[in-house]
Design a binder for this molecule. Structure first.
Ligand SMILES: O=C(O)CCC(=O)C(=O)O
Ligand SMILES: [Fe+2]
Length: 372
């Protein structure tokens, strides 16, 4: 405790503000959708108590924040003004991206016109004003790069409409120290080889070794696409690594879990996925995942959900000692992967620290946070 208070004295302004915001998040509030459940945990930025309530508020949505006047102008230029009343009645003053040819059809718009209109809506959605997630001026969010605590953070993804961000800080950890960590982790962690029930029915293990580290007292199993990894309590050595990396990133709250992967060589990989498991609630909250790369360099790929199969939007090399972040609603809108690179002969270890905000009571975890 004392140590935290000492550090607070030295916080830059932006970081203190961010901490104030987190503290105000800890004040119990009521879910703005159901009004029933109290919410008081870190991460529940939109005053919603569960995925269900989030989905309800977002029903038919992906709202383009478009004021009524502007929408009317657009309808006019599209030759749709004749139907604007029906469309307004159907959709209020916001034009919804989920507005389909079908909904326009129901409002009486002829098929060809509806087709063209949907095409334009899709184009507009890619445009600067197409704000799908809450804008940052309404719901504040500070990225690690903006907090600017330590290190030189380069933005890899900066997508305001989707409230999605990713950044990299090259050689954040001194090479010798990073090798010391690498060797201890490689030789001393009780690496697991879970089977992937969904894709590898013959009992074949996943294409990397792994371990899921949690705070002492947490018993949440990490379950993703047919894989279940039992929790392993954080050791002092792992805590030392965490604290150093979190300090560099300037995260105001310590993460309470870490997924660690060992890629034995370039044949090991992790396919396109999001870290959107219920434990972390990244599907409907701003979350920050901090990641450290140790050992051989690999290519980290990023693409938008629904993007072309196997075509990355961004690819960048992650090397020994580099830190990366994925922030905001990144897990809701973007996929990431470390694909096979058969030419890589040496191993790599990756640690990704995350915040469990919804502990899994059915796994026998008694920690606070709504269970599932
Ligand atoms: O190895 C990496 O850099 C990514 C790992 C990852 O995406 C994960 O553990 O979910
Ligand atoms: Fe991931």
């Amino acid at each position: 405790m004392e140590e935290t208070e000492d550090v607070e004295e030295e916080l830059p302004r932006s970081r203190s503000r961010s901490r104030d915001r987190l503290e105000s998040n800890l004040v119990p509030r009521t879910c703005r959708f159901c009004g029933k459940h109290t919410i008081c945990e870190f991460g529940r930025e939109e005053n919603l108590c569960s995925r269900r309530c989030y989905n309800q508020t977002m029903k038919g949505c992906d709202v383009l924040l478009w004021d009524g006047g502007e929408a009317k102008n657009w309808l006019h230029t599209e030759g749709l003004s004749k139907w604007s009343r029906q469309i307004d009645v159907a959709h209020g003053h916001q034009l919804l991206t989920k507005m389909t040819e079908g909904t326009l059809g129901k409002a009486g718009v002829p098929q060809m016109k509806a087709k063209d209109a949907i095409k334009t809506i899709e184009e507009l959605r890619q445009g600067a004003w197409a704000q799908i997630e809450p804008p940052r001026k309404e719901l504040p969010l500070e990225t690690v790069a903006e907090m600017g605590f330590k290190g030189d953070w380069e933005m890899v993804i900066e997508d305001n409409p989707l409230r999605s961000y990713a950044a990299v800080c090259r050689q954040a950890i001194d090479s010798d120290l990073a090798w010391k960590w690498f060797e201890t982790l490689q030789t001393q962690l009780p690496w697991q080889d879970p089977t992937d029930e969904k894709y590898q029915k013959n009992g074949k293990t996943i294409a990397r070794r792994t371990i899921f580290v949690v705070d002492q007292g947490c018993n949440c199993t990490y379950k993703y696409s047919g894989v279940a990894v039992k929790p392993f309590p954080e050791t002092d050595f792992l805590a030392e690594i965490r604290k150093k990396c979190v300090e560099i990133a300037g995260l105001p709250v310590q993460p309470n879990s870490c997924n660690i992967n060992l890629y034995r060589d370039g044949h090991d990989a992790v396919g396109w996925h999001t870290d959107d498991e219920p434990l972390f609630e990244g599907d409907y909250n701003d979350i920050c995942i901090l990641s450290l790369s140790l050992g051989s360099s690999r290519t980290f790929q990023v693409k938008k959900k629904g993007g072309k199969r196997d075509v990355a939007l961004k690819s960048f090399v992650v090397s020994h000692g580099d830190l990366c972040t994925m922030e905001g609603r990144f897990q809701r809108h973007y996929l990431h992967a470390i694909q096979r690179e058969p030419e890589v002969a040496e191993p790599r270890i990756n640690l990704t620290w995350r915040y469990i905000t919804k502990h899994n009571h059915s796994d026998g975890c008694n920690l606070q946070g709504e269970g599932n």
